[in-house]
Design a protein around this ligand. Structure first.
Ligand code: THU
Length: 131
């Protein structure tokens, strides 16, 4: 069901800029209307500005006006599942507790979670009165 999305994440993974960790990650965001936005991790010599693949892809979707997110596929290592880091989980939950997270080793081996399972009891937009 999410094979195409995973394939796009694998493709994006090749674009990773990772001179420090050499750990390539690709992500692909699928909007509820079926559009796909991809991203890779981009590292920085001063480390802190490093951005993960998930946030790169999601930022592309949001900045192009697509806030209705259905799913995000993530591919790091081909041997083990790579889960979104804590910062990415918080970034993702902003756009919906029901967003599906597909962690994949390849197009045949993957697991599907819901972001609310990966970040339970989250703090989100609903917790800020004036939103
Ligand atoms: N990274 C991601 O892009 N996504 C994840 O889900 C985990 C970590 C990146 C950040 C950094 O460039 C490298 O992987 C090693 O932490």
């Amino acid at each position: 069901m999410y094979k195409e999305l995973i394939a796009k994440a694998i493709e994006a993974r090749e674009k990773a800029y990772v001179p420090y960790s050499n750990f390539l990650v690709g992500a692909a965001v699928k909007t509820k209307e079926g559009k796909i936005f991809t991203g890779c991790n981009i590292e920085s010599a001063s480390f802190t500005p490093t951005i993960c693949a998930e946030r790169t892809a999601l930022s592309k979707a949001i900045s192009e006006g697509h806030k209705e997110i259905e799913a995000i596929a993530v591919v790091g290592s081909f041997e083990e599942y790579t889960f979104p880091c804590g910062v990415c989980r918080q970034f993702i939950v902003e756009f919906g507790k029901d967003i599906k997270i597909i962690v994949a080793k390849n197009t045949d081996e993957y697991k599907i979670y819901q972001i609310s399972d990966l970040l339970p009891h989250s703090f989100g937009p609903e917790d800020i009165d004036n939103v």
